[in-house]
Design a protein around this ligand. Sequence first.
Ligand code: 5GP
Ligand code: MG
Length: 179
Amino acid sequence: MKKISILDKDFELFIPYEKIRAVIEDMAEKMNQTLEGKNPLFLCILNGSFMFAAEVFKRISLLDAEISFVKLASYEGTSTTGTVKELIGLNEDLSGRTVIVLEDIVDTGITIDKVIDQLQAMNPADLQIATLLLKPDALKKDVKLDYVGLEIPNEFIVGYGLDYDGRGRNLIDIYKVVE
Ligand code: 5GP
Ligand code: MG
């Protein structure tokens, strides 16, 4: 088993790139069917989703597909709102559009839930969520996920865009932490 170290943690190979690619090929195929005849706008949630987004988007065969990149800015809210995560960098008008969010991983679901709230407020005609990875055992929010690549156990992973303290995003495969 391939092992690596990043900062103070050890990781072992968990999902090889070939598996990631196969999952994304399936997902893109489903999207191509669902989105036929539409002018969809894909929204990549930076930073973690950049590799996933590129890999999905190059397999979208519709010539009318667009992609844009947004980021979540975290700041401390009031004691009742806790940490506020605000979507920044969105310049497109979403009203009446088919929007597909591309997220790297859904863990508790709190992040994607906040993203959904903010995007719904912009009145898209249809809002779909695609996540490469889902940790079902960690999920606390009842979120509607339209496309899920792989369900994984509750373990910390890096690679393929996902980081550990800024490192590991450049790994082609996905690794999990070794406790
Ligand atoms: P949630 O709000 O669903 O709990 O967390 C979602 C965000 O937490 C993801 O967008 C990702 O940035 C981060 N995250 C959750 N699990 C992992 C993980 O195993 N590895 C890494 N690198 N990030 C994770
Ligand atoms: Mg993320």
